[in-house]
Design a protein around this ligand. Structure first.
Ligand code: 0X9
Ligand code: CA
Ligand code: CA
Ligand code: ZN
Length: 401
């Protein structure tokens, strides 16, 4: 009986479409990063979590482990983590997301900033998610009710649901700016001369799903039919969307599924429409993990026009971050990293508006400390490192206004 069950289980996993994800994908494995292995991995569409000191970390299920063995790729099991798909109400009440923000928590905290600093902070809903949650932008400026002729900078977090830390960094930036406005003349001067837009949570449906049902959820919650859910919002922007069919997937089950058309999703539409109404001069989009600063292009390894400027700003940001406590954020062109991406936020913003646009992959604290997602205690430390980079980009935007 047991053998029969095993047989069907194996069949089930073998016939899953390549690159598809099931909720039993809860193992984190690592492999050495070398030409041979990277080449073999390319056709497997594994779910990459992190690239760190010459190793690649992937989220895997049984089928993936089976494939790795078949391809003869040696891997290390980092964490074996078979938690139940649906977390219990008891854990949820105790606060499963700990110090991280849920949708309702970020909503409340943004409103609280507006209430505490009505001259400086104002909450806008710039769209709503598929499931009807608001996508909030907090505007920070002097005379915040007025649209003044000032440089505008855009900070966004959480395109990817499981990257909880990417909500916290832009939120803490907003909080820092208003709380230090009166006491710190440098902050006051930056805020007075600019309009800073912070969207900490672009993918609220995905985040809620990641908190309550499946920690590793990445995409939004679009029902693609056929049992598949989710579009990768960072493959859904229009610039060279789906380019060459490499760097995003046409398979709805894939974690990098680009959707049926560019801007098919209300979450990316919200960003598109917002940019149409504003005049944004620079952008940071927060992701995790990797501790790296990436700039366009992502769709090709060829350099972008203004490549030197993109690199120069990245170098300045990295240098300022290192000065905080010695943590080094490497920087470089996205398409020169491990893999190509198309339809991402930065290619679109740069390709459409020509503005300096950066992906910040926040640090992999967790992997180094044995777990993957327990960086809760590191939130403020990561923020400290990131603050001067954000301030520099605001300053740059003011000087180039
Ligand atoms: O793949 C992405 O969307 C980003 N990485 S993540 O692990 N947060 O999903 C990276 C986008 C930058 N582009 C490239 N590295 N090509
Ligand atoms: Ca103003
Ligand atoms: Ca303005
Ligand atoms: Zn991401």
């Amino acid at each position: 009986m047991k053998n029969v069950l095993c047989f069907f289980l194996v069949l089930f996993f073998i016939f899953l479409p390549l690159g598809s994800q099931t909720y039993s994908d809860t193992d984190i494995i690592s492999v050495e990063k070398n030409q041979d292995i990277v080449q073999k991995l390319k056709k497997m569409e594994l779910d990459l979590l992190l690239e760190w000191s010459n190793r690649l970390y992937f989220l895997c299920g049984l089928n993936d482990l089976y494939q790795l063995q078949k391809e003869g790729i040696p891997y290390v099991m980092e964490t074996e983590n078979f938690y139940p798909y649906r977390q219990s109400d008891i854990i949820m009440q105790a606060g499963i997301n700990g110090a991280y923000h849920s949708y309702l928590e970020i909503e409340a905290d943004l409103m609280a900033l507006e209430a505490a600093y009505p001259q400086l902070a104002k909450v806008f809903a710039i769209g709503s998610s598929l499931e009807g949650r608001n996508i909030y932008a907090l505007k920070i400026s002097d005379n915040v009710d007025l649209d003044e002729a000032e440089a505008e900078v855009f900070f966004v977090g959480c395109h990817h649901a499981r990257e909880w830390i990417s909500v916290e960094i832009p939120y803490l930036l907003a909080k820092y700016l208003v709380e230090n406005y009166e006491s710190d003349p440098a902050i006051k001067s930056l805020v007075n001369r600019s309009e800073i837009w912070v969207v900490p949570l672009l993918n609220p449906d995905g985040l809620e799903y990641s908190i309550h049902f499946y920690r590793y959820w990445r995409k939004n919650r679009r029902d693609n039919g056929g049992g598949s859910y989710g579009i990768d919002l960072n493959r859904n922007y229009s610039y060279n969307w789906g380019f060459d069919n490499e760097g995003s997937s046409s398979n709805p089950f894939s974690n990098t599924y680009r959707g049926s058309a560019a801007f098919s999703e209300p979450e990316t539409q919200a960003v598109r429409d917002f940019f149409q109404q504003r005049s944004i001069q620079a952008l940071i989009t927060y992701h995790s993990h990797g501790q790296v600063i990436l700039y366009p292009w992502g769709y090709t390894s060829n350099p972008a026009p203004k490549d030197e400027l993109l690199e120069e700003i990245a170098a300045e940001m990295s240098e300022r971050m290192e000065a905080v406590k010695g943590n080094i954020y490497q920087y470089g062109q996205a398409g020169e990293s491990l893999y190509l991406t198309n339809g991402d936020t930065t290619d679109w913003a740069f390709g459409t508006y020509g503005i300096p646009s950066y992906t910040f992959e926040l640090p992999p604290i967790d992997a180094l400390q044995g777990g993957f997602f327990n960086a809760e205690l590191e939130i403020s430390s990561i923020f400290e490192d990131n603050l001067p980079a954000a301030l520099y980009l605001i300053e740059w935007s003011i000087l180039n206004f």
